[in-house]
Design a protein. Structure first.
Length: 298
């Protein structure tokens, strides 16, 4: 397969490699394709995830009523619901809970598992608030986080930037800003390391093809993994709030990744040129050849 792909034309190689990358990336990020299909439907109609009439809602509201302070105003009620969600639903990333990189569950699914990340917690919070009479409770999100808006009050850790929100019957989408994208990259350390390394090595292998030099590929892999280690360290510090910007380890890590990509791309050209260059013709010996005559006695 390696050689047959190498013998293909450049456009064909590009298309095949792109398809291979998409397939591998999909398998690594979304190993459960059924949930991926379901997630697409959930994202298109995320309001349907909110279930104020779910079976367990009567018991949930009974527990919340016990926590409600005397003469509570709506904001007090919102805070009680928020604390109840944090206490009842354990935080767990989707890639551990559902195996897929992202999945927005229904309120019933959240209650059944009792563990979720921000999207599941927000879905359940909005469901409880609607069941308690706050019919305007809705989901708000950006590429990093999902929270709740109810009557202009935002709960569940709101962010400044909103990339997905609802206005009337319309769903408004917007592109994320620089800070939001940076915060998304900063979640690298929370993503399973084995999956990240798999993606890095597959990309390196696809860029390295059609070169067969094992030593060169080891160098490319070492550069890529070294860059990953530095970016992982930056991610851990950034998620703690220690380095919100781009410190030295981020810059060096990014440079190592670019160096690995460049080395992989030019490896085939470099080694193929060396291997395919004609060898110099042997130099003929200019000295006169000696003729040996064997004499025999008669």
């Amino acid at each position: 397969m390696w050689q047959s792909l190498a013998d293909s034309s450049l456009p064909a190689r590009f298309v095949i490699k792109t398809l291979l990358f998409v397939v591998v990336l999909g398998a690594v990020l979304f190993p459960n394709p059924v949930l991926l299909v379901r997630q697409i439907g959930h994202f298109r109609n995320h309001d349907a995830l909110i279930e104020p009439n779910m079976a367990a809602m009567k018991d949930i509201n009974a527990e919340i009523d016990k926590l409600m302070p005397t003469n509570a105003v709506p904001k007090d009620e919102f805070k009680v619901v928020e604390r109840y969600i944090y206490r009842t639903i354990k935080y767990q990333y989707d890639w551990y809970n559902w195996l897929n990189a992202d999945y927005w569950p229904t309120a019933t699914e959240v209650w059944q598992r009792k563990r979720e990340d921000c999207d599941g917690r927000a879905v359940l919070a909005a469901s409880i608030l609607r069941a308690r009479g706050y019919t305007n409770a809705m989901l708000v999100a950006n590429v990093n986080h999902v929270w709740v808006d109810v009557d202009g009050v935002e709960l569940m850790g709101p962010h400044a930037e909103k990339n997905l929100r609802r206005e009337g019957n319309k769903v408004i989408l917007s592109l994320p800003g620089f800070k939001t994208l940076r915060d998304m990259v900063a979640q690298l350390s929370a993503f399973p390391a084995l999956r990240s390394i798999t993606i890095i090595l597959i990309v390196a292998l696809l860029l390295f093809h059609p070169c067969r030099h094992k030593g060169a590929f080891c160098l490319v892999a070492a550069l890529a993994l070294g860059g990953y280690v530095l970016l992982f360290e930056w991610s851990m510090l950034a998620m703690k709030g220690d380095f919100p910007g781009f410190p030295f380890n981020f810059i060096v890590g990014a440079l190592l990744e670019f160096a690995a990509a460049g080395a992989a791309l030019f490896a085939a050209r470099f080694f193929n040129n060396r291997r395919g260059s004609p060898r110099p013709a042997p130099v003929e010996d200019a000295r006169p050849r000696e003729i040996v005559v064997k004499l025999t006695q008669s």
